[in-house]
Design a protein around this ligand. Structure first.
Ligand code: UN1
Length: 498
């Protein structure tokens, strides 16, 4: 057990103690007796300082040429590579992911750094003819201003990078408000940004409680954009405040992602996908597979295969090399998963395996839940509709391709989706008819890459996408510029008609 890591706020280039002296803790979910980090419970005064610092820095940062801004981000990519193992070890201890997955999380940040840095030399606008002679027309991208980035604990390096890097390369300044469960990872990440040498005030970090400082940052009149990833409930309130205060807002919320397995699928391949999609990161991804829609002709066989594989999964601390499934993040999430077991039973679902807290041996000090398969689930049940965010997958039987697609779409969410089939016609029909931001053919619902847009339709999001060039759209405004070099007044729509 190492000493707890002390986190501070980072404002205007300085590591600061907070105005109020209250200190909070993040604990190891595999061993709740271990305090991993301590962090300050910031108050509104700290938020004001961070916003003022970001506002001041914005005036200079927006004028730094984008290729030069990109060089700082490139440097962050190099430093993330250097500290990859240290970050992965901390992440595994702070939020429970197996080390291989934690390394993948940091790698996603590295990929995002090099990709976003490349955008510094692209960020293309358009030129187009004017309807007038001797007049030039073009569009240029301009930054938006001060951005509040509110990030979850499940990808504590990757998601802050997805937001911070495109925001910064576009010329915005940022304030990161990380989840209360992963202050240590956020602090290490911002230490790396500090080491990369960003000018003071361009990158800021404010720790604290979501309903307190998160809310204050969203409400602050000097913040121009809020990018939020988290629960649908919090996302609704963020959206509401931003609507009222006319801020740009980018929301990434829940999912109820399904994998379809058709009667013609390669079942071994579909099984690998289902186990990884449902139980990877202990099911705590917004892209996790929480529904398996199985064609009736393969359902029995596939269910047996799945049961066998699930029964062998090894639970443990993420930093134990044998571990395949880590803990649930905290006690309240564990209780939530337990509550859904009662709901499942009351609704008439059958718990084929799991369904209980795992207590045995070294698991007793952590928040472990057995990987769980729910059978006899129908589309109307709450366990088929609501996001559980744990190692729980619901099996739904269907009798046709059309029925499978209809059930997949029968949800308020629309993040990720998958179909396993060897029929090319079905694959293309699925690509067209599935209602989701992301569709995988013969791959699991998890595993998005940073150079493609990430996000969902329906109640998963609000029309924005992260990553890829879509992130550049989120963090810039278009400015349309007309240059008249005729030396006389030319009235659009009028003079060219006469
Ligand atoms: C999330 O679950 O919030 O596609 C993000 C994936 C990862 C990102 C998940 N690359 O599963």
């Amino acid at each position: 057990m190492t000493n707890p890591f002390t986190c501070r706020n980072f404002i205007d280039g300085n590591w600061l103690n907070v105005a109020d002296g209250t200190i909070l803790e993040s604990r190891n979910p595999a061993n709740k007796n271990e305090i991993v980090a301590t962090f300050p419970r910031s108050i509104n005064e700290d938020v004001d300082k961070a916003v003022a610092s970001a506002r001041k820095a914005y005036q200079t940062w927006r004028k730094v040429p984008a290729p030069a801004r990109a060089e700082y981000i490139f440097k962050v990519g190099e430093l993330l590579t250097k500290y990859k193992e240290e970050l992965a070890q901390l992440m595994s201890r702070e939020m429970g992911k197996p080390l291989t997955e934690a390394r993948g999380d940091v790698q996603e940040g590295i990929d995002c750094a090099f990709y976003s840095a490349g955008e510094g030399r692209r960020m293309f606008g358009q030129t187009t003819p004017s309807e007038m002679p001797n007049k030039f027309a073009m569009t240029v991208r301009t930054p938006i201003g001060v951005c509040t980035l509110i990030t979850p604990w499940n990808f504590p390096i990757a998601i802050p990078c997805w937001k911070a890097m495109p925001a910064l390369v576009c010329g915005n300044t940022i304030i990161l408000k990380p989840a209360e469960d992963t202050p240590g990872c956020a602090t290490k990440l911002i230490e790396i940004f500090a080491e990369a040498g960003f000018p003071p005030g361009v990158v800021n970090l404010v720790h604290g409680i979501g309903e307190e400082v998160g809310k204050a940052l969203v409400e602050h009149p000097d913040v121009n954009l809020v990018s939020f990833t988290g629960s649908s409930e919090t996302g609704s309130s963020v959206g509401e405040i931003c609507g009222r205060t006319h801020k740009r807002v980018c929301l990434e919320m829940g999912g109820k992602n399904a994998q379809i397995v058709m009667d013609d699928a390669d079942l071994e391949l579909a099984l690998d996908g289902a186990v990884w999609g449902a139980f990877g990161t202990t099911g705590q991804r917004c892209t996790a597979t929480s529904r398996l829609i199985l064609h009736r002709d393969i359902k029995e066989k596939f269910t047996d295969m799945l049961l066998e594989r699930t029964s062998k999964l090894i639970l443990g601390a993420g930093y134990d090399s044998k571990t395949e499934i880590g803990p649930i993040i905290n006690e309240s999430q564990l209780k939530r998963v337990c509550k859904y077991m009662d709901i499942a039973r009351n609704e008439g679902a059958t718990i084929l395996i799991g369904g209980e807290i795992a207590w045995e041996g070294s698991l007793k000090d952590g928040y472990f839940f057995q990987p769980t398969i729910l059978d006899d689930v129908t589309a109307e049940m709450r366990v088929a509709k609501e996001e559980i965010f744990g190692p729980v997958v619901a099996l739904i039987e269907v009798d046709s391709f059309e029925n499978a697609i209809a059930i997949l779409n029968d949800t308020n969410y629309g993040l990720s989706s998958s179909i396993y089939t060897r029929d090319i016609n079905r694959a293309f029909a699925a690509m067209r008819d599935i209602e989701a931001g992301i569709t995988y053919i013969n791959g699991p619902t998890i595993g998005a890459e940073v150079h493609l847009p990430f996000g969902g339709i329906k109640q998963t999001g609000n029309g924005h996408r992260e990553a890829g060039t879509a992130a550049i759209d989120t963090f810039t405004e278009w400015k349309t510029v007309y240059v008249d070099f005729s030396g006389s007044l030319q009235r659009a729509q009028i003079d060219n008609r006469e």
